[in-house]
Write a new protein. Structure first.
Length: 121
């Protein structure tokens, strides 16, 4: 009985590894993504779609939305510029979210880090 359980477990594991191998992008494929962390419900890496850009508000939404104590007036976006310098921009996402002009919103780029701080006090 014990060997049967081990055999079933090994079959399940090898199947899972095979599926993962099929889904893993090749080294030539570049995955476009941003990191979102801080006061969001599901912090982590967010894959960017190939066919369109996303705004800071959209990636925060994909990360489960802001947590209850999130300070959406002081969201920070960090990225490297063409010279390799790290640039951090503070964005009032609450104010931007109230505009209908998508051009006025901050679009994220692959490699960006979005940090949502908690409200003070």
């Amino acid at each position: 009985m014990k060997s049967l359980i081990v055999s079933v477990a090994l079959i399940a594991l090898s199947t899972a590894v095979g599926v993962l191998a099929q889904e893993t992008p090749t080294s030539s494929a570049k995955v476009r993504a941003v990191n979102v962390y801080g006061a969001v419900e599901k912090p982590g890496r967010i894959a960017l779609p190939q066919d369109r850009s996303l705004t800071v508000a959209e990636v925060i939404s994909i990360a489960g939305g802001p947590a209850q104590r999130a300070d959406m007036k002081r969201v920070k976006v960090t990225r490297k510029n063409a010279r390799g310098e790290v640039i951090t921009t503070q964005i009032n996402v609450s104010a931007v979210a109230n505009t209908r002009n998508r051009a006025a919103t901050h679009v994220v780029e692959s490699g960006d880090t979005v940090f949502v701080p908690e409200r003070q006090g």
